[in-house]
Ligand binder design. Structure first.
Ligand code: HEM
Length: 191
């Protein structure tokens, strides 16, 4: 697909999704951990209005995470080093079907909320191993290499900077993601 066409498709997508995005908050409540979590540092469970859903509230931590990840998906879509892994998603979006995008945005957001210490959301998607194995996830177009993994992290950093995340938090989120490399880069894929 031509870069300009892809850009315009995704720009439309971001605008559309900003009007219809949803989340899967389990219940209200605060963390029971003794010290502040990374989720707390990202905004925590303070309720704020959701700019994507007028009239609804969202935890500030989740909003920040969702914003970074939605920006990151946009960055990845234009990154020819790794957008080939997302062929299914890009084909859907190009055809005007945003269901896969919405599912991915919600799953990624849930996953990072939980991974950073939120107790108010749950992740219901595939394990990291299954999600990144083409034998168990037909939506990924190949096994992830170390180079692709590093490029993905670089794209998350771009997405975070686009949302003005402070550099110390970008470092913390990057370090968290790095710990998942062993489950995502699979040198001996399990079918
Ligand atoms: C630490 C980094 C990463 C995290 C936390 C992560 C997380 C996730 C999650 C939560 C899903 C959704 C699983 C589901 O639908 O059940 C997913 C899907 C996917 N991931 Fe990753 N991922 C990471 C790195 C990567 C990398 C490096 C690549 C490739 C370069 C990649 C490519 C994909 C693809 C193609 C999908 C399917 C997208 C779709 O549903 O259309 N991921 N990932």
């Amino acid at each position: 697909m031509k870069k300009a066409a892809l850009f315009s498709v995704l720009l439309g997508l971001v605008v559309t999704l900003s009007l219809m995005s949803s989340c899967s908050k389990k219940s209200s409540g605060s963390s029971t951990s003794t010290g502040p979590t990374l989720y707390d540092s990202l905004g925590g469970s303070t309720m704020v209005s959701d700019p994507a859903n007028p009239g609804t509230m969202i935890e500030q931590g989740r909003l920040g995470i969702r914003s970074v990840l939605d920006s990151t998906i946009f960055v990845i879509a234009g990154d020819t080093l790794i957008n080939g892994f997302f062929q299914v998603l890009l084909a859907e979006v190009t055809a005007g079907n945003t269901s896969g995008y919405t599912a991915l945005s919600n799953n990624l957001t849930d996953f990072i909320c939980v991974a950073t210490g939120s107790t108010d959301y749950k992740y219901g998607g595939k394990s990291m191993t299954d999600a990144h194995n083409p034998g168990t996830n037909s939506r990924i177009s190949g096994y992830v290499t170390t180079a692709a993994f590093n490029e993905f992290i670089a794209d998350v950093v771009v997405g975070a900077k686009q949302n003005n995340l402070p550099s110390n938090l970008i470092t913390s989120v990057g370090a968290l993601l790095e710990t998942l490399e062993g489950t995502i880069v699979q040198s001996s894929p399990v079918q």
